[in-house]
Design a protein. Structure first.
Length: 91
């Protein structure tokens, strides 16, 4: 009975010591590859960006605007040309 306890304790101690060994990672000797900057959008990655890339890059939103488009420009031109559509108090 004494031999079984001793062998069980010895096995537990060996397992604990073998699990607590610090492993030093081996160097692979390779350097990380540099990633080229993205110059275009692939259709399978972002279809919306692929289709509208030029429009997104050329759109300038003024401060306070929530949208932009051809109808916004037409609306502004109509408001400037027709004094009845102007709102008083806005500067």
């Amino acid at each position: 009975m004494h031999i079984k306890k001793l062998s069980a304790m010895l096995i537990v101690i060996v397992l604990l010591l073998s699990g607590c060994v610090a492993v030093v990672p081996e160097s692979t000797g390779t350097t990380p590859e540099s990633v080229a900057p993205i110059t275009s959008i692939r259709a399978q990655d972002d279809y919306y960006g692929y289709v509208n890339l030029e429009a997104i890059q050329n759109t300038n939103l003024e401060y306070g605007e929530t949208s932009a488009g051809a109808f916004a420009d037409i609306d502004i031109i109509q408001q400037l040309s027709d004094p009845s559509k102007r709102t008083e108090g806005i500067t």
